[in-house]
Ligand binder design. Structure first.
Ligand SMILES: [Zn+2]
Length: 413
């Protein structure tokens, strides 16, 4: 197996089947390449404004198929060939394979048992697994850019409007929460934000408008707008045609439709895809853990170390004897334990007394998920910053135990 994901052999330009068997031994790399091809095709189609069939449109244009896809198809051909199987005949056959759960491929791959039920495509969309594979392997430039841009815009608003030390962090948290809790906002609300956070360049709009434009897309709506949104996470639901139980797309969200009436003057704003997928979706889980910790009588803080986009998600002080310990948690809701382990790094700041990588219960219930996550993490983690892998419930149990030892739920500082 190739150590880690960021290996030169992954380069689409230089890797080829003649480069030796080492690259073949890790099926996750093959799946990452296929996923990269699918995500790339999807993005090209979105760029063309034609959200239909992946291959036909991509092929019809002169742009050709993405390099990663072509590379993946070649590797797949050889992988089948060497396994003594008949290789997929063409791109369409490979695309059909991408719709099958990985465990049902004719090819026996070395996968975590948590990954055998997933496929690379959900309908016409790259699956969660596919997005994670791309992110893990290439540090997904689109995800990185979306996160960075929102983060930079937030920092600018926070720093420009802060009057004293902790103000900046408070404003940062408030605005990042907005992205998570309010996927749709009206221009009336945006106007209120401009009044509340007026700092900006000498001529021009307040910085908060840069942030709004970075995270949201503006849509026209005179005299108000009525939308169907997910009652749980607030994301607008796709216009239902026929099928009734449309999912909102937020991982593990129990979607239920709700009508939202927003008074507007001329526009409303909806989170754009990048901000939604890479700031909103993970944020839903972070906020949930934060609220559960608060319910235990502690005072959790969000995103300490905000000068990094990958700040410590939720941290809190737990009393211990006459002093208290800082516990840090990093919330990760990934479909694939293997891909999560390979991309995971503990945030550098701040130093914590105890560290927890927290996964949601719905992931932990998948057979093999936790075992494979721990196995893949072994040897990849910084011994100076050891952390424990726990589920949401296990984290709360750890906190309750610590509080019980202390003989109460008081919060020391
Ligand atoms: Zn939802």
């Amino acid at each position: 197996m190739v150590g880690g994901f960021r290996v030169p052999a992954l380069s689409v330009d230089e890797a080829g089947p003649e480069r030796g068997t080492a690259v073949w031994e890790d099926d996750y790399i093959l799946l990452a390449l296929l996923s990269h091809g699918l995500v790339e095709m999807k993005r090209r189609l979105e760029g063309l404004g034609e959200p239909r069939h992946l291959l036909s449109r991509a092929e019809r244009r002169d742009t050709g198929l993405p390099g990663a896809w072509q590379e993946a198809v070649t590797r797949l051909w050889w992988r089948f060939f060497w396994a003594g199987l008949e290789p997929p005949r063409n791109d369409y056959a490979v695309l059909e394979l991408c719709r099958l759960p990985l465990g049902q491929w004719p090819l026996r791959m070395a996968l975590s048992s948590a990954d055998v039920e997933v496929s690379l495509l959900d309908g016409e969309e790259p699956s969660e697994f596919a997005e994670e594979a791309v992110r893990g392997a290439w540090g997904d430039p689109e995800a990185h850019i979306a996160e960075q841009r929102v983060h930079q815009a937030l920092l600018l608003v926070a720093e420009a409007n802060a009057r004293e030390g902790r103000d900046a962090w408070r404003i940062y948290v408030r605005m990042r929460r907005l992205v998570i809790e309010r996927p749709v906002i009206s221009d009336v609300e945006v106007r209120a934000l401009q009044q509340e956070l007026p700092a900006g360049p000498t001529a021009g709009e307040p910085y908060v408008m840069d942030f709004v434009r970075t995270a949201y897309e503006r849509r026209p709506a005179e005299n108000g707008v009525t939308l169907t949104v997910c009652a749980r996470c607030g994301v607008p639901l796709p216009q239902a045609r026929g099928s009734r139980n449309k999912s909102c797309g937020t991982p593990n969200c129990e979607t239920s439709p709700k009508i939202l009436h927003l008074p507007t003057l001329g526009f409303y704003w909806v989170l754009h895809r990048g901000a939604r997928r890479f700031v909103h979706d993970p944020g839903v889980f972070e906020l949930r853990v934060c609220e559960k910790v608060r319910a235990l009588g502690l005072e959790p803080e969000l995103w300490l170390g905000t000068d990094q986009p990958d700040a410590l998600d939720v941290s809190f002080r737990v009393p211990r004897g006459k002093r208290s310990e800082l516990w840090g948690t990093d919330e990760k809701d990934w479909a694939s334990p293997v891909l999560l382990a390979r991309s995971f790094r503990w945030p550098i700041e701040p130093e914590c007394d105890r560290r927890f990588l927290v996964v949601p219960e719905h992931r932990a219930q998948v057979p093999g998920y936790l075992t494979d996550l721990r196995t893949e993490l072994a040897g990849r983690t910084d011994p100076a910053r050891p952390f424990k892998v726990v589920t949401e419930k296990q984290l709360l149990t750890e906190i309750r135990r610590a509080l019980a030892r202390q003989g109460g739920g008081s919060c020391a500082r």
